[in-house]
Design a protein around this ligand. Structure first.
Ligand SMILES: [Zn+2]
Length: 282
């Protein structure tokens, strides 16, 4: 089984996770830039973070046979802090990098006017750079948030074919599908979507344009949720080809629109800017 996790924050995960993910079939992933839990106070700390998504993290993933790409953006939560807004002006110099396969994650957190501006600005940046956009839908007040998100996408210059609406669930899937966007589902332990509910959504709505991710990060999450969903699909009677479509071909088709996917994990060098994952040891 080959698995592409289209949304996972490996910066927050350990090398044990990389090892377990490879063993479970994960061969490629996309790491969206996001909120780090601790609020940032200056644009420069975003730039160092983006550089690590473009440098150190793909290097680390390659040590475990996994192809790593990223998306960059000013995330919705920090778009509310005026100190962080200069990130928007600096994004073009990151969006031209080979490993950046989308603008993201963007979208709404609390649906403030500052978030409106950041979302519209970054959808335009995606259109200008010929890149897809990864759009997070809010965890609170989900249906209202998703409707407003779709309205902003419709008003933007970006084709819905280039938009992945993420963190969907049973209440939002139908309208999201009608919008023409790609459909992302984050499978979490204990809260929000789980793998059995995901299987039910796939039975009701089919496998076209459907993507499943673990969204694993620094919070309670599980980087193997992609594999667990694949196993639940097989147990429920889906074919291996259905699993391959949802867990591999759909994310490849979506992020492939960037023209930048390199699915062979680059032969790992031993060093990144003079450093190894052995912290200088032999
Ligand atoms: Zn995320």
């Amino acid at each position: 089984m080959r698995i592409f996790d289209p949304h996972i924050h490996m910066t927050s995960r350990t090398t044990d996770d990389y090892e377990a993910m490879y063993a479970a079939g994960v061969r490629a992933l996309v790491e969206p830039s996001f909120w780090l839990g601790q609020p940032r106070t200056s644009p420069e700390s975003f730039f160092d973070y983006f550089d690590s998504l473009l440098g150190w993290e793909p290097f680390r993933a390659a040590q475990y046979g996994i192809a790593h790409h990223c998306t960059v953006a000013l995330n919705p939560k920090e778009a509310n802090d005026p100190r962080c807004l200069p990130v928007l002006d600096a994004l073009p110099r990151f969006l031209v990098k080979d490993n950046v396969v989308a603008v993201g994650e963007i979208g709404y957190d609390s649906m403030t006017p500052a978030e409106d501006t950041a979302l519209a600005t970054q959808l335009q940046l995606a259109a200008d750079h010929g890149l897809p956009a990864l759009v997070h839908t809010p965890h609170r007040d989900k249906l209202t948030g998703m409707r407003r998100t779709i309205d902003v996408v419709r008003e933007s210059a970006l084709d819905p074919e280039l938009v992945l609406l993420d963190h969907l669930n049973e209440t939002t899937v139908k309208e999201a599908a009608d919008s023409g966007c790609w459909l992302g589902f984050s499978i979490y332990p204990d809260t929000k979507m789980d793998e059995d509910r995901m299987v039910a959504v796939l039975k009701a709505h089919g496998t076209e344009k459907m993507l499943v991710n673990s969204a694993a990060d620094w919070g309670k999450s599980d980087p193997l949720k992609t594999r667990r969903t694949a196993d639940a699909m097989l147990a429920a009677g889906f074919t291996a080809d259905d699993v391959d479509q949802v867990l591999w071909r759909n994310p490849v088709a979506f992020y492939g629109r960037s023209g930048r996917l390199q699915l062979d994990a680059a032969a790992p060098g031993d060093l990144h800017e003079g450093n190894s994952i052995l912290r200088g040891g032999e």
